[in-house]
Design a protein around this ligand. Structure first.
Ligand code: AMP
Length: 633
């Protein structure tokens, strides 16, 4: 079949198309209706059907290939960086998941309860996710790099009954304690979990809160023989919540279903990622991000593949570590982000030649724009196709890519590709809402219903779902991606950056408002503007301009440095180092419109050495001089 036929069928006859794709997974009870779109923009997929993600990822494969490898956990966060490795077969994975599920049940967790997972990249984190899926608990994984306030806002929104965590993570061989941050988050949050289940890696001593904190190893020992059957879930039950940044300071809980997600992953694993049972898949992402959910945990396992969970950085013990993994475990499909590739590009080139990479068939890159030099370099080094794919936490699987599993379509440098099945894409003029012509820049939107696998709603907030995503054009109700895009004459799309205040640092999405709110909590901050500025390595970095309450505290260069250090510390403590701006500049004025709106795009343009654009509404042009002077100082 050609890509065109495949895609057109998904658009012209979605019910036929998805009913067929749905046969890729096991259903406990068949669905009665492919899609219910009687209440737009809310779509329900595979209505009446019952299934389970853990069954499809694990149990199903225990029957077919129980002794084949399912999970390979590798950590280079060891004292000298040498890899510590452990593997589990599908059967062993099932056992561990059942043990963890039994622990959760013993702690009072049942169907529909939320379990917050705040864990480093260790196997127990995967057991926890799959255990939740098994018993119908809703998991909410919070990236280990986030700190107390980020964590607290998620605890408040998700109201977890149980938090699953560990004493510490590690980065570049340096221990990063988790427990003090977690304790602080629970202290400041309004909703206290009944229990905190701790994996004690013996990396960092921690305070044990009796009655609340329980030890994973101790409980596991009691449940070694546990047998926990799968709880069959309605296709539209909630599988998980994953928080992501938006334009406000409060993160949005992206809520996903069970059946639609399972079908979308099973379908994309074959049509986009060309995964085959028995092969090995290696995604370098983290379970705290959507790529980790879809293409470290659920997708590869659902395709019967062994999946690699890697704790560590790409350059320790040296920059050949990923290629060591590829050779040793015969990885066929690898998934990473452009920033990581740019990091590798700076390393001695011989490290890429140290290992036999003949098993590798393709490298998939996503999360941020893929620039031509990075793409060309890694393609030449690896000698395999580099496949860009564009999507969002909200969609759960690629919107744009090339479906090599359907047709060996050529990729086009600078473009993530063409629409994936079920995505009715349009580019609309920002002001008029009319359709853009080919080669004309517009806002990339998706017509409802969103295909299976995409968010059902914002957790506990249908109104926010409609308001944030579906109300950006008065002309029609469409889902906005908040990305600028352009389509060429052959139907390839190009992504040109965000239309909102969200920035993308090393493939990690951050809301400038969240960072601003954190900085504002410093006692000497009167006003602040955070913008995303182009960066050669990370794609973008956050830069902050701050008006101190007491200007005399930032009069000398040393004072300014000290002030910057204090701001860094506030952000590190509240949000985590991942959100720390690369620079903080003290100014006495910020560029605003006469109605008081920050002119972020103008500030950003100045930071990038561009023209600040339309300034007819600016309140005080001196503010721009201040920004320029600060940048030159
Ligand atoms: P996240 O939800 O954190 O995955 O971030 C999604 C955002 O990252 C998108 O809205 C885009 O702005 C950006 N993004 C993701 N993948 C790509 C890609 N392949 N090319 C360009 N931008 C991308």
């Amino acid at each position: 079949m050609s890509y065109q036929d495949f895609y057109q069928q998904s658009i012209a006859h979605p019910e036929v198309f998805w009913a067929k794709e749905a046969q890729r997974i096991d259903w406990h009870k068949p669905f009665e209706q492919v899609v219910d779109y009687s209440r737009p923009p809310f779509a329900s997929w595979f209505v009446g059907g019952e299934t389970n993600l853990c069954h499809n990822a694990v149990d199903r494969w225990v029957v077919k290939q129980g002794e084949k490898t399912a999970l390979i956990a590798i950590s280079t966060e060891t004292p000298d960086g040498s890899p510590s490795e452990k593997t589990w077969t599908f059967r062993e994975l099932q056992q561990e998941v059942e043990r963890t599920a039994a622990i959760m049940i013993a702690l009072g967790v049942g169907k529909g309860d939320c379990v917050l997972i705040y864990m480093p990249m260790i196997a127990e984190a995967m057991f926890a996710m799959l255990a939740c899926a098994r018993i119908g608990a809703i998991h909410s994984v919070v990236f280990g790099g986030f700190a107390a306030n980020s964590l607290a806002s998620r605890i408040d929104d998700a109201k977890p009954k149980l938090i699953f965590s560990a004493d510490a993570g590690s980065r570049m061989g340096k221990v990063v304690p988790y427990k003090p941050l977690l304790d602080e988050a629970i202290r400041i949050s309004k909703n206290k979990p009944q229990h905190v289940l701790m994996v004690d890696r013996k990396l960092a001593a921690f305070e044990h809160m009796s009655g609340r904190d329980v030890d994973y190893a101790e409980l596991r020992a009691k449940h070694m023989e546990a047998s926990v059957p799968v709880t069959w879930l309605k296709s539209n039950d909630i599988s998980y919540i994953l928080y992501t940044s938006g334009t406000t300071g409060t993160p949005k809980g992206v809520q996903r279903d069970v059946g639609g997600y399972a079908v979308a992953l099973a379908s994309s694993m074959e049509t986009i990622f060309c995964g085959k049972p028995g092969e090995t898949y290696f995604s370098t992402s983290d379970i705290g991000w959507v790529v980790g959910h879809s293409y470290i945990v659920y997708g590869p396992l659902m395709a019967g593949m062994a999946t690699v969970m890697y704790e560590g950085v790409p350059i320790r013990p040296d920059a050949s570590i990923w290629w060591y993994i590829v050779e040793k475990y015969q990885v066929t499909r690898m998934f990473s982000a452009p920033t990581a590739v740019r990091v590798l590009k700076k390393q001695p080139p011989e490290l890429l030649k140290k290992h036999d990479l003949s098993s590798l068939k393709a490298l998939y890159l996503a999360g941020e724009p893929l620039d031509e030099p990075t793409s060309t370099w890694i393609a030449a080094e690896l000698g395999v196709p580099i496949i860009d794919n564009y999507w969002q936490t909200e969609t759960g699987w690629p919107i744009l890519s090339v479906a090599k599993g359907i047709e060996d379509m050529p990729t086009r440098v600078g473009s993530p590709g063409v629409p994936m099945p079920g995505y009715r894409l349009k580019l609309l003029n920002e002001h008029t809402g009319t359709r853009c012509d080919n080669n004309e820049k517009g806002v990339l939107v998706i017509e409802g219903p969103l295909p299976p696998g995409c968010l059902q709603t914002v957790f506990n907030n249908d109104e926010r779902f409609i308001k944030s995503y579906w109300s950006n054009f008065s002309t029609e109700q469409v889902y906005s991606t908040f990305d600028w895009g352009i389509r060429d004459d052959d139907g390839y799309y190009f992504i040109l950056g965000r239309t909102d205040d969200v920035i993308n640092v090393a493939g990690h999405r951050l809301g400038t408002r969240e960072i601003e709110e954190s900085i504002s909590s410093h006692p000497n901050v009167s006003e602040v503007a955070v913008v995303g500025v182009e960066d050669k390595l990370k794609g973008q970095v956050a830069v902050a301009f701050v008006i101190p309450k007491d200007a005399s505290t930032t009069s000398t260069p040393q004072d300014k440095k000290q002030f910057e250090k204090e701001i860094f510390a506030v952000v590190d403590r509240q949000l985590g180092a991942v959100a720390r701006p690369s620079r903080v500049y003290a100014v006495s004025l910020l560029p605003k419109t006469r109605s008081g709106k920050l002119l972020r795009r103008s500030i950003q343009a100045l930071c990038e050495g561009r023209d600040p654009g339309d300034l007819t509404t600016i309140e005080d042009p001196n503010s721009l001089t201040q920004i320029k002077d600060a940048l030159e100082s």
